[in-house]
Design a protein around this ligand. Structure first.
Ligand SMILES: Cc1ncc(COP(=O)(O)O)c(C=O)c1O
Length: 413
């Protein structure tokens, strides 16, 4: 076998294109046609959003959920429902999409970042507990890239300090923690159906109301709909508290119904492929595979491993260039830096010309407050996992990572 790297003129590992597939088809078209034939695209008058939610509830084994216009909106709704308000602190992850943070700031609450576990890339319950103050109201746990947080640890901290737990499952459909689906363990589970997620309605979101309490469900529903209360025959429009309009349309609901039917197969394929890739590259010198506890199930929204530059005697950039030359698209990390290094936090300015609500708190956003999260982003390499990939794609991806890692670790000896 010729082990010369493709980047140095050797044979490329991946020569056959990756598998592709259409995400939308006749099923979605039929649902959309029916939606239009209703002669209304308003969720409360039509049946599509209702059916989408009923089917989601059945799949997830929950009694109540509320549709939203995005994942960001879903998280904001959950925060509103959890009673997060002016000056409250909300502990969350520094490696996430900014959609996790938007609702916190719109509630005029203050994001507080806790550190992560080095290989699951998810919140470390000990660090979360260390960040709790008398102002802390809630924890937004982000199940990153399809992999569950240590929910026993998180829930124990929450119980001890009487905190609400919002699960950000935007990247984690059908993810299991000790057999339970994430999104059903905390007080609320938030999902995104934006176009990059396991399933897409273009944009959209869902919030589960895990208490199963009807009155709470109505309140959550009202928070997503300008405080309109549409249950019980008459519509009550009293504006007794601020609430945005985060409604989902019937068109999104229609596509969602069809997409939801595909979800279990999508997640099963991703889970199988992610596990297989870890099997192929586990134990390589200089490579650390993502940690998924044996009793958990990841649905791999992406696959991210870490490299040890000293052990490999090369930089992450050179490693990624070599992997790309082998025919494997990859990127350095997930986001360029931890979110607290974003200008908004560095300037403490969410609203133009104002330091509110940051001035209510002395929370730090300095470099170094979450060393493990910072180290993850400095050393991680991300590759795609798609349900439409073939078994051969995964074998070749693994072979390419093995080839590049083995080459560099042998050179470094
Ligand atoms: C972890 C996480 N949270 C929240 C969001 C926000 O979702 P949306 O784009 O639907 O608003 C995303 C989307 O990228 C996400 O990945």
């Amino acid at each position: 076998m010729n082990n010369q790297l493709a980047i140095d003129g050797g044979p490329k590992t991946k020569t056959v294109p990756f598998g592709t597939a259409m995400r939308f088809g006749e099923d979605e078209l039929q649902e959309l046609k029916e939606a239009l034939e209703q002669n209304t695209l308003f969720y409360h008058a039509g049946q599509k959003v209702k059916t989408f939610l009923n089917n989601f509830n059945a799949l997830y084994g929950v009694r109540y959920s509320v549709a939203a216009s995005s994942g960001t909106a879903a998280i904001h709704i959950a925060l509103g429902a959890a009673g997060v308000t002016v000056g409250d602190e909300v502990i969350t992850s520094p490696i996430t999409d900014q959609g996790t943070l938007v609702g916190i700031l719109y509630q005029n609450a203050i994001p507080v970042f806790a550190d992560l576990e080095p290989h699951s890339y998810n919140l470390d319950p000990a660090s979360v507990e260390a960040r709790v103050t008398p102002r802390t109201k809630a924890i937004v746990v982000v199940h990153l890239a399809g992999n569950s947080c240590d929910m026993d640890g998180i829930m124990a901290v929450a119980r001890k300090h009487n905190l609400q737990v919002i699960e950000d499952c935007a990247q984690s459909y059908m993810t299991r923690y000790k057999g339970r689906l994430v999104g059903t363990i905390g007080h609320y589970g938030c999902f995104s159906t934006n176009d990059f997620k396991h399933i897409s309605t273009g944009d959209g979101g869902i919030v589960t109301v895990n208490s199963g309490d009807e009155a709470e469900y109505y309140a959550v529903h009202a928070f997503a709909d300008k405080n309109y209360r549409r249950f019980g025959g008459t519509v009550i429009r009293d504006l007794n508290a601020l609430a945005p309009n985060y409604r989902m349309t019937e068109l999104q609901g229609a596509v969602g119904i069809a997409q939801l039917r595909k979800l279990p197969a999508i997640c099963a394929a991703r889970s199988r492929y992610g596990k297989r890739l870890s099997e192929i590259i586990a134990g390589l010198p200089g490579i650390a595979v993502p940690y998924v506890a044996a009793e958990n199930e990841s649905s791999y929204w992406f696959y991210m491993f870490r490299i040890n530059e000293q052990q490999l005697g090369t930089t992450r950039e050179a490693f990624c260039d070599a992997l790309r030359a082998e025919g494997i698209p990859c990127s350095a990390g997930y986001i360029p830096d931890v979110v607290y290094m974003q200008p908004l936090f560095q300037k403490r300015e969410a609203y133009a010309g104002s330091h509110f609500p940051f001035e209510l708190s002395d929370v730090s956003y300095e470099r170094g407050i979450c060393p493990e999260a910072e180290a993850i982003l400095r050393t991680a390499v991300r590759v795609e996992i798609r349900e439409c990939f073939t078994e051969q794609d995964i074998e070749e991806m693994g072979a390419a990572i093995r080839k590049v890692a083995s080459y560099y670790s042998q050179q470094a000896r």
